[in-house]
Design a protein around this ligand. Sequence first.
Ligand SMILES: [Zn+2]
Length: 593
Amino acid sequence: MERNQIAQKHQWNVQDIFTDDEAWETEFSALQASCSFTQYKGKLSEKPVLLDFFEKDANFSLRAEKLYLYASMRHDEDVRVDKYLSYLSQIQLLFTEYASQISFFEPELLSLPEATLQAWIKDKDFADYDYFLRRMSEQKSHVLSENEEKILALASQPLGGFHDVFSMLDNADLPLPMVKFNGEKTQLTHATYGLIMHSGTRKERKACFQAYYKAYESLLNTITATYTGNVQKDVFYKTARGYESCLAMALFGEDVPPAVYNRLIQSVHKALPALHKYIRIRKDILKLKQQHMYDLSLPLVEEADVKLPYEEAYQKVVEGLAPLGEEYQALLRRAYNERWIDVYENTGKRSGAYSTGVYGTHPYVLLNYQPTTHELFTIAHEMGHSIHTYFSNAAQPYAKSSYTIFLAEIASTVNEVLLLKYMYKTTQDTKLKKFLLNYYIDMFRTTLFRQTQFSEFEEIVHQKAEQGQPLTKELLCDTYHALNKRYYGRGITHDREISYEWARIPHFYRSFYVYKYATGIISAVSIVKRIESEGTPAVQDYFNFLRSGNKTCPVDILKQAGVDLTTPQPFDTAMEEFKNTLAEFEALTKEEK
Ligand SMILES: [Zn+2]
């Protein structure tokens, strides 16, 4: 379908950012002309100059973000239109110019006496920047001399290329063959792999699994060299900047205490018997003599898809989120009425779903809605991001408005879990009940257990590199294979192919990124459990969390919602929830027999 055939009420209202392209172009020229920051250079030790810089800088970035958002949203509406691609490259050039104009800023600020920074952190005039200044002061011990910093800056581009190399291998050079699916010959791609694992016959899944990993095996020497390079890059920065370990450097960057990470690993280890039990239950239900990794994505319950037209699906989300109260539901209705959401697929539209936004304008959501249960949850998920953005933007100054990645997946998961529980409670259909429980269990398996397994792999590999051990392909494959055995237990036949799984994970080129998915679901489940048991006061605490942007360190922001990741409680709560869901699922399955 072409975009102009879609009803206006189902298209997002980009005019809330710029009335038209002409307004965008006028603003772009004006902003481009104002891009000069060098007048502040060498003068940041004077308080009025720094205040003035902050104000001008915030103003500039906000205007640039607005220009970027409009261009990228117009581009996503129909990627075939060249005009917005050219808008995007214009704005990217302006960002580059801006970055080079302000490159003096951080080094100069870091060179100021500690006493000055400390005084400003407490100074009310810098209230919007106190957390930023505190972080700067904490970084000081890891900053090198001016000349050394220059060399590090020069090295950043050549050292930053490993992800690109892997991406080329993975998307252009990987020799994926034809496979059989639905009885027909199909080109194997990353997308069809997922599809076949989910709905192919056993024979098709097995052949596809073997073919997929054979392709990675054929590039294993190159991928090992690429990944090793990426790990050694981390070791280089860690050593140059004087961190205890690569993991410590990553956690420091997010302002997350190492204890949080260690607790995650410990509590997941403790809960592994529950995951093993789930694997055994699967084996029984699927009546398999041997269960392989290629059997794991197969749904345990026959499709019990809730096929709702968009209007009804949206209404279902609003109803399901009733525990969050009238204010939250009113915002959801507002989003619908004010056209924050671009609903349907059209020719040329970007695929998938996301939430986006810029300070001063309401958030936006892109969907490609199809009537399935998965897409119903996508609405709840993306609206979770959007309303988090909305609350933070409304409550915080611009400088403190954007929440960090550590906190980013919590609100979206809270919404999914609340909707799931609502649907579970309001249906009598056992098939749907089982489908929903299985969906929930798989959320735990893929977001909590699997991502923690990835994280542990990264940790072990980085430690070995730090100790000077060569990272051979045997070492990487053996490490991964051993972890896979530990996580999935004896209910799985661990084929040789699974040793290569590490070689296909793009996230490994952003080291220590994935553990945040695990802490995200743990936090979200804890929040939902508190809302269930305490009602309104817990919701108010949760809203305070949503309103916090990045005003301080993420763990303290989370404490406002009653989740203290420095204690065992949220971890125990989440694991308990996993075990209870599993028990409920088992009981429902037995009942039916
Ligand atoms: Zn998300």
